[in-house]
Ligand binder design. Structure first.
Ligand code: KG4
Ligand code: ZN
Length: 348
């Protein structure tokens, strides 16, 4: 089965052709980071306009690189949600037009399922079941993944996502957008124990997260240090912030493994690229004899292959039907639990 996938949910235009037998045939990515940098965050209207300009040329380039045409596809997939409404509409609209023109079936994919399955792109030997730590700019959740489409929420953030905590703290430290990678780079020069920052909900007993208080604590430290904050203090505060976020993520992930009885932890989403988080999870999993898997760094943040791949797996497993109706729609807000419910109905 061969699928063309389009990802346009936020600030990256990602396109890919994935073949269930031959693997990833080609992919292309355009990041809007430079464009949004001037505003310190994603400007939704600019994101949509840029997707309009980039998506079709990238589709053409990807098909060319894959050595195939639209006619060779078994389905065309796009990110249906969650994400920015305007940005989603661009991918959905173009995917629908392409599917209609080539008389191909169309499938809308859940962005988080794309992230969730992205470690399988690099490690085809990875098998279900596992616990997934999904940590992106908009989401922080622990899931029990019994099988493809069988996802049970174990815990999630009650306020900010881990990526948001990185981004907002980075902003307070005067770092650019996107804040996560910038804060991680600065943290490399700092002392993670220099500032005692809170580890919210660490001992709550459940698997929920909360990061809003941490951001406030960082703000308080920044205000205390004042405008003449020296480079070393900035690096120390960055390192202490990263340490607090990754401590909570690591401890709760290990708790989720214990509670669920699963032997494998899968980490997905942009924050999964954080090397301190990886170090901690590697050590903690080694200690209890659990396996930990990450996507390739290039598949941690938004990308086309994860969408083409998720569509391919769903179609192959008979968990979704690609449609010829071309009545495309988007779901800017879309709970992953709803997807699991739909899957359960499809399987019944
Ligand atoms: O998964 P993603 O690309 O987009 C969403 O679906 O949200 O995640 C983006 C998030 C941003 O908050 C970004 O700052 C964070 O992932 N991020 C990182 C790193 N790389 C990306 N956070 C910490 N360390 C990193 N190396
Ligand atoms: Zn994402």
């Amino acid at each position: 089965m061969r699928v063309l996938g389009l990802e346009t949910s936020c600030d990256e235009t990602g396109i890919a052709v994935y073949d269930s037998r031959d693997g990833l045939l080609a992919h292309a990515l355009h990041s809007q980071v430079v464009m949004h940098q001037a505003y310190g965050g994603v400007v939704p209207e600019l994101a949509s306009r840029d997707h309009i300009a980039r998506t079709l040329p990238l589709v053409q380039q990807t098909l060319h690189d894959a050595g195939c045409s639209l006619g060779d596809m078994d389905a065309i997939a796009y990110t249906r949600g969650p994400g920015l409404a305007g940005a989603l509409l661009v991918g959905a609209g173009l995917a629908t037009a392409l599917a209609m023109a080539a008389d191909k079936p169309l499938l809308g994919v859940h962005h988080l399922e794309g992230h969730l399955l992205s470690p399988l792109l690099s490690d085809p030997m990875l098998t279900f079941p596992f616990v997934a730590l999904l940590v992106s700019g908009g989401h922080t959740m622990l899931l029990d993944v019994a099988d493809l489409g069988r996802y049970r929420l174990l815990g999630e953030t009650v306020d900010d996502a881990a990526g948001e905590a990185f981004d907002k703290s980075a902003k307070l430290l005067g770092l650019g957008y996107p804040g996560g990678p910038a804060l991680a780079r600065l943290a490399a020069f700092g002392n993670p124990e220099a500032f005692a920052l809170p580890r919210p909900k660490l001992h709550s007993g459940n698997l929920d997260f909360s990061f809003a208080g941490l951001k406030t604590a960082v703000l308080t430290r920044v205000n205390q240090l004042g405008t003449n904050i020296c480079e070393q203090s900035r690096a120390d505060l960055a390192a202490s912030t990263q340490e607090a976020i990754t401590d909570v993520l690591c401890r709760k992930s290990m708790q989720a493994l214990r509670q669920s009885g699963r032997g494998t932890l899968v980490v997905a989403g942009g924050v999964g690229a954080n090397s301190r988080l990886r170090e901690k999870l590697d050590a903690a999993c080694r200690q209890v004899g659990a396996r930990v898997c990450y996507p390739d760094l290039q598949w941690c943040t938004d990308n086309g292959p994860m969408i083409a791949y998720a569509a391919c797996r769903r179609l192959q497993a008979g968990l979704a039907k690609a449609s010829h109706s071309y009545a495309f729609d988007i779901r800017p807000r879309w709970d992953l639990a709803e997807l699991a419910e739909v899957t359960a109905q499809d399987m019944a």
